[in-house]
Design a protein. Structure first.
Length: 227
């Protein structure tokens, strides 16, 4: 799968596309334009990869169990190929943060929570964290283990919890306007807090809708104030 790379770095940002989009989506919707000053200043290096949702949960021709298998293959691709690629392009000590909006917000959060030893934090915008929102009623063990709303309450291994808790960069942002689901963000932040995991939750107003205009405003604000 192709990977787009932008800039030098203080830290690395790994962009996960929305829905069934590709690795150039963030350019097409001008989000890279608002990130350009941070790239030019050397604050961060940005990487963008393809989504596999059209080969999994958004593919109506696949059997549900095969969608779950494909989802796990995407996870392993990120952990075993993308993260090493970022390390080679930066350094072994570079802080790496996943970032996504909409369906990409769920993937970004899930990728971090499952491997907090190699990913240092997450920015999730306008997301839901319950994978069953996308599985059309299908449920199995693999859906459970990729649905943070479900597996985090039952996570008790101190190795994972300690590493997740040590991150100062769990950012959950959402609007309250058209097509947004602010209660999903509130509900998931409550789950994190119940496990002693701190997070940065911001719920913007009813004039803030589920769209690129929102995310072009959100992401620079997060970077400016939290990094």
């Amino acid at each position: 799968m192709p990977i787009a790379t932008y800039g030098w770095y203080g830290f690395a940002l790994l962009l996960i596309p929305t829905a069934a989009a590709d690795y150039l989506e963030y350019e097409r919707f001008q989000l890279m334009d608002v990130l350009q000053p941070y790239i030019d200043s050397g604050k961060m290096k940005v990487f963008s990869i393809d989504s596999m949702n059209k080969e999994s949960w958004m593919n109506n021709e696949m059997q549900p169990e095969h969608k779950a298998i494909r989802h796990n293959q995407f996870n392993e691709y990120v952990y075993n190929e993308v993260i090493p690629f970022i390390r080679n392009a930066t350094s072994k000590d570079t802080m790496i943060f996943t970032c996504g909006a909409s369906f990409g917000a769920l993937h970004a959060m899930n990728l971090f929570l499952k491997r907090p030893d190699i990913i240092n934090g997450v920015i999730s915008m306008s997301g839901v964290y319950d994978l069953t929102e996308y599985t059309k009623g299908y449920w199995d063990e693999q859906v459970y283990f990729n649905s943070p709303q479900h597996y985090i309450p039952n996570l008790h291994k101190s190795w994972y919890l300690d590493k997740i808790r040590s991150s100062h960069h769990i950012h959950i942002y959402t609007g309250s306007g058209e097509y947004e689901d602010p209660d999903a963000s509130r509900k998931f932040s409550d789950v994190l807090y119940s496990k002693g995991i701190g997070c940065d939750l911001e719920v913007w107003g009813e004039d803030v809708r589920h769209d690129w205009e929102t995310w072009r405003k959100m992401l620079p604000q997060i970077i400016n104030t939290k990094f």
